[in-house]
Design a protein. Structure first.
Lengths: 191, 570
């Protein structure tokens, strides 16, 4: 399908794809904002949730923060390569980013397995665990979705096509990273 | 900037004849005009369903316990399901798809002078998700236990626990349908916003954008900013329903008022999400049929932006009797009264636009004028409800019901009829019959007032909403005459809609062929053939002036198209 002329115009000076991506990020911010706002209000109202929060694995959360931040660095390097027009190198860094996503999910999997199977803290154990699994789960869905889209972008970038998308998926990835930066202290550090 | 000048001289290659199959043309199209029609027809079909439900439950109220002609006996569960789904359908599957999605899709590319939306395939996906949401909702009416009956506000615990609502499936299907509908409008909204920001015709500056386009895009932004918390809330509600969490269950550390906050943080801005496009439609029609510039363009624009911002600070006026802190009730009373100021200002702007104009009472103009008159009644009665002192008495009565029907009917129904009758020649290439249009107008408007004025009286007398039969309330049973009167008026109003449906479909095939610019308007959509071809413009236009240059003293012609190049002296 050929692109309409509308897509190629840029009255703001910002490329259409990047502009749309910022609006997507905005719409996601209010979704996570609503969820985390509800959590914070509840947490303030329920000091006893601290007895649940004490069981979250701060170390695993810290390692995962490091993993995600590193993968964001890879996304930046991919963008830098794409800016220079080096699609192959951009794709390589994107694959590293995806690897970071996989590592994040694997660590999360072990963590949840331990909490659910060994400790018996499930979704319905208490309000804290409900928020814990839903907030981290919704974030995890974004990690999975982002990684899948990134594979498509990398596939094109390798052939030198649609290199601008390397930047766009990078913006999205930084957003996913940023959500985790909020989740980590709220769910792991605040004991 | 180079690409912009290049594209402005580029002629569109889409003029050559497309031989497309039925599926490609009608169901899988990426053309913004076809997607707009899909939204319009889906919205109209849903309006018929919503109207049918209103007929059934009003008949039950007027003649409790008697079989409703065409339906049969109405059980209390069916009654609850119908009032719930009537509200849900009319707001999410009629007002939003028609006012925002249908007219937004149709008008944005045409009125800003480009060939399509920036993301045509996302646009198609938006409609497909919307259609899926409508199918899920209709499916939920037929599952075991019947359609969801916990009111369109879906307050827990009634919505979250099947021990209370006795419905294993419908509440979850209802939430899923609404959530899918939100996804569709987020996809569409991103398209609208980016298209307006980036794809305007060369020369179209901020104050040259037609007001209806501003309003639809502002509505999309307000929607996007307000719906997020409710999406989060919808996830929590579905988890409460299906997986046994207790976000909203106070017995297990949850809080049912949290849902009310999340719902109304979206629900109140939602009023403005549908109001602004309707105001925009009126703002387009009034200058054309009074042959005058829209009064105070910038004031209207900034007022709309202010309204959008204030609309995020009024939500708790829906919760005055939900146990919120009385000091908070004071704060929300003040903000609610403040938001009536910009809306009142809009009404004055419309009156000022009419002042001294040469007014033509065409069918679209009649609808636009009636919008101002009827919406004013809705707005004024809102002041009583926004003040917590009065609201404690009026809360959950028919006074509230009549109030919001006096706002939503002008928005969703009058606004739609104004827009359909005004842009019909462009969309379908034929004129609607004006005599039938006027018969339909008067039949609808008079009957509408006869429905809801009695309901104001019933509400003031203390009649509560969401009651299956008032026979069990002795002091309310004697007001039965008013209920019967309102129901009869509603049947008259529904009967007059057949005039519109007849006119709509007859004109589509046998109406008089519409010229390019039947109303002598100056905006860009009237500079292309009716209906516009694929790709809209043979040569993409350049804009030289604002959208409302009527009766300019230096010109013979009393309108001045936005794309007409100024005459340069030598």
């Amino acid at each position: 399908m050929s692109r309409p002329i509308a897509t190629t115009r840029s009255a703001t000076g910002i490329p259409t794809g990047r502009l749309a991506l910022w609006w997507i990020v905005f719409s996601e911010i209010v979704i996570f904002g609503g969820l985390l706002g509800s959590y914070i209000m509840h947490r303030i109202g329920h000091p006893e949730w601290a007895y649940d929060a004490i069981h979250t694995n701060t170390m695993a959360g810290a390692v995962n923060t490091f993993v995600l931040l590193t993968s964001s660095l890879m996304a930046v390097l991919a963008h830098q390569a794409a800016e220079r027009g080096d699609g192959k190198r951009a794709a390589k860094f994107l694959y590293w980013t995806v690897l970071g996503a996989v590592a994040f999910l694997v660590i999360k999997g072990f963590e949840w397995h331990h909490e659910i199977v060994d400790l018996g803290y499930v979704l319905t154990t208490s309000g804290f665990w409900s928020f814990y699994y839903i907030a981290a789960g919704l974030h995890g869905v974004h990690v999975i979705g982002g990684a899948i889209i990134m594979l498509f972008v990398a596939h094109d970038a390798k052939k030198g096509k649609e290199l601008q998308r390397v930047e766009y998926i990078g913006i999205y990835w930084h957003f996913v990273d940023l959500v985790w930066i909020f989740l980590f202290p709220l769910l792991y550090i605040a004991k | 900037m180079t690409s912009q000048t290049e594209s402005s001289v580029e002629t569109h290659a889409g003029d050559h004849h497309h031989e497309e199959g039925f599926v490609k043309k009608y169901l899988w199209s990426t053309d913004h005009k076809m997607i707009a029609k899909q939204y319009l027809f889906t919205g109209m079909a849903m309006a018929v369903i919503g109207g049918w439900m209103a007929y059934v439950f009003r008949m039950q109220l007027a003649f409790p316990g008697e079989a409703v002609p065409g339906y049969g006996l109405v059980s209390s569960a069916e009654y609850n399901s119908m009032v719930t789904n009537h509200g849900t359908i009319m707001i999410f599957w009629v007002a939003m798809p028609v006012l925002i999605a249908a007219f937004g899709n149709y008008l944005i590319p045409l009125m800003i002078g480009c060939d399509d939306m920036v993301f045509p395939r996302i646009n198609r996906l938006s409609y497909q998700v919307f259609l899926l949401s409508a199918i899920v909702l209709i499916f939920s009416l037929f599952v075991q236990g019947g359609g969801f009956g916990g009111a369109w506000t879906s307050y827990p615990p009634l919505s979250s626990e099947s021990q209370f609502n006795l419905q294993p499936l419908a509440p979850s299907l209802w939430v899923i349908a609404v959530a899918l509908e939100f996804v569709a409008f987020l996809l569409g909204g991103i398209n609208f916003i980016v298209t307006l920001m980036n794809s305007r015709a060369p020369g179209m500056k901020m104050y040259d954008i037609p007001m209806v386009i501003w309003m639809i895009v502002l509505a999309s932004i307000i929607f996007m900013a307000s719906v997020g918390p409710l999406i989060a809330g919808a996830i929590m509600l579905v988890f409460d329903q299906l997986l046994g969490t207790s976000f909203f269950d106070p017995g297990n550390g949850g809080d049912p008022v949290l849902w009310q906050h999340l719902f109304w943080f979206f629900g109140h801005p939602e009023v403005y999400v549908v109001l602004l496009p309707a105001l925009g439609i009126v703002a387009e029609i009034m200058p054309v049929f009074s042959r005058k510039k829209l009064f105070a363009y910038k004031t209207v624009l900034y007022t709309a932006i202010a309204t959008g911002i204030i609309s995020f600070f009024v939500w708790a006026h829906h919760q005055f009797i939900s146990g919120i802190d009385p000091r908070m009730a004071n704060v929300f009373t003040v903000t609610t009264l403040i938001i009536s100021v910009p809306i009142a200002e809009m009404m004055f702007v419309f009156i000022a636009t009419l002042w001294g104009g040469s007014i033509k009472l065409t069918v679209p103009m009649l609808w636009a004028l009636s919008f101002v008159a009827e919406f004013m009644l809705g707005g004024v009665t809102g002041i009583y409800l926004g003040a917590s002192g009065a609201d404690i008495y009026f809360h959950d009565t028919y006074f509230v019901l009549a109030h919001f029907h006096y706002t939503f009917f002008p928005i969703a129904i009058i606004g739609t009829f104004a827009a359909v009758t005004y842009w019909y020649p462009k969309i379908f290439g034929r004129m609607m019959n004006a005599t039938l249009g006027k018969i339909h107008f008067w039949g609808t408007i008079v009957a509408f007032n006869f429905i809801f004025i009695p309901l104001f009286m019933l509400g003031a007398a203390g009649q509560h909403r969401r009651i299956y039969s008032y026979e069990l309330f002795p002091e309310l049973a004697e007001l039965q005459d008013l209920r019967v009167f309102a129901t009869k008026a509603m049947i008259v109003m529904l009967a007059f809609q057949s005039v519109f449906i007849f006119n709509f479909f007859k004109s589509m095939f046998w109406g008089e062929k519409a010229p390019m610019n039947p109303w002598r308007s100056s905006t860009l959509e009237w500079t292309v053939p009716s209906p516009p071809p694929h790709g809209n413009f043979a040569v993409l236009p350049t804009v030289y002036r604002g959208p409302y240059e009527y009766s300019h003293p230096d010109r013979e012609e009393d309108f001045w198209p936005q794309d007409e190049a100024p005459i340069t002296n030598g």
